[in-house]
Design a protein around this ligand. Structure first.
Ligand code: TYM
Length: 331
């Protein structure tokens, strides 16, 4: 059976981008593959969280994973820092990752542009740690959104480079995965491309947002003065709202508003109201579960202990074999 690995950084609440780009696929994949899903808390250290924030955010992601339907009996569900073998593999892979290629990564360039005062080495080698996450379990499929595609290419490069250096075919090539033909990119509400945590409070709809908050954010979303010609191409901020409708609404609803837009009869107030209600419907069952699961500390403890044990079993096997390949041998 093919192995699947994926994770989400523990930087707080999950938004619709995380859900439709990643977690929705995790939930489906757990029934068909050997799955490892984790909370990337090593990765979140690049932004220097306080200990209390770090712990709170790890809990938040864990609770939301479970609320979305991840089943710890089917998939191995763990916290990255509970598996120190990942950090060891990261160290070995760092020896074959070159400054030039790391500096060229799009996400590194974005991050240093947005935070020029915190260009740390962890940020530079972020894709190496991702490769360690994936290669430690020999995954071949990695469910992620479109923004992670380049990181997957780098994971293949680092694995292949290790194989070439030690003349082995030990690591398999991992590929980004989505059930649909293309990887997903969920747009934000502010007209700027991608839904994301760092794009401001009104850009993202969180799974834990109340219906009132969802309605308020959607009604504030950027629109224009409306179409003036039949069948005209939509400007990006309008296309984004239609793209969001495509994921949360029925195809009939989408077609209805598409038709109104093409005939210049659309009223953005009605359009946004419908979009908000469909977002409320899509998130309501998850939001209710978030509240219940967060209160059950004993269950969360059980889930993380079980996950850590299963993940370490697989990871320590890999690390022992990697040490042998590299030449760390007992006297
Ligand atoms: P992170 O936390 O930024 O995002 C988690 C997942 O959500 C997806 N995503 C989106 N998908 C579609 N549209 C959006 N607007 C959107 N925003 C976020 C991301 O593509 C991602 O799948 N580096 C990873 C975490 C990670 C990881 C790994 C993933 C660490 N190690 C190993 C896979 C395998 C990240 O930054 O995720």
């Amino acid at each position: 059976m093919e192995t699947v690995v994926s994770g989400i950084r523990s930087t707080g609440k999950l938004h619709l981008g995380n859900y439709y780009g990643a977690v929705q696929n995790f939930v489906k994949m757990q029934n068909q593959y050997n799955c490892y899903f984790f909370i990337a808390d090593f990765h979140s250290l690049t932004t220097h969280p306080t200990p209390a924030n770090l712990h709170g955010n790890v809990k938040q992601v864990l609770v939301e994973y479970l609320a979305c339907g991840l089943n710890p009996e089917k998939a191995t569900l763990y916290v990255q820092s509970d598996v120190p073998e990942i950090a060891e593999l990261y160290l070995y892979l760092n020896m074959n990752a070159y400054l030039g290629e790391l500096e060229r990564s799009t996400s590194f360039k974005d991050k240093i542009r947005n935070n020029p005062e915190n260009v740390n080495a962890g940020l530079l080698t972020y894709p190496v740690l991702m490769a360690a996450d994936i290669l430690i379990h020999h995954a071949t499929k990695v469910p992620v959104g479109k923004d992670q595609e380049q990181h997957l290419e780098m994971s293949r490069t680092f694995g292949n480079r290790f194989n070439n250096l030690y003349q082995t075919n030990y690591f398999k090539e991992p590929f980004a995965f989505n059930f649909t033909q293309n990887l997903v990119k969920i747009p934000g509400l502010d007209g700027n491309g991608k839904m994301g945590k760092s794009e401001g409070e009104n850009n993202a709809i969180y799974l834990s947002d109340t219906p009132e908050i969802i309605r308020k954010k959607v009604m504030k979303a950027l629109t224009d003065a409306g179409p003036t010609q039949q069948n005209q191409t939509k400007p990006p901020e309008i296309q984004n709202l239609f793209d969001l409708m495509k994921v949360v609404s029925t195809s009939d609803t989408l077609q209805h508003f598409e038709q109104l837009y093409q005939t210049c009869q659309i009223r953005y107030g009605d359009f946004k109201k419908q979009l908000a209600e469909d977002m409320v419907l899509a998130t309501a069952p998850i939001r209710e579960k978030i509240i219940d699961i967060a209160a059950d500390t004993v269950y969360l403890q059980k889930v993380t202990q079980l996950g850590a044990a299963k993940a370490r079993e697989s990871a320590s096997k890999t690390i022992n074999e990697v040490r042998e390949i590299i030449g760390f041998r007992a006297f």
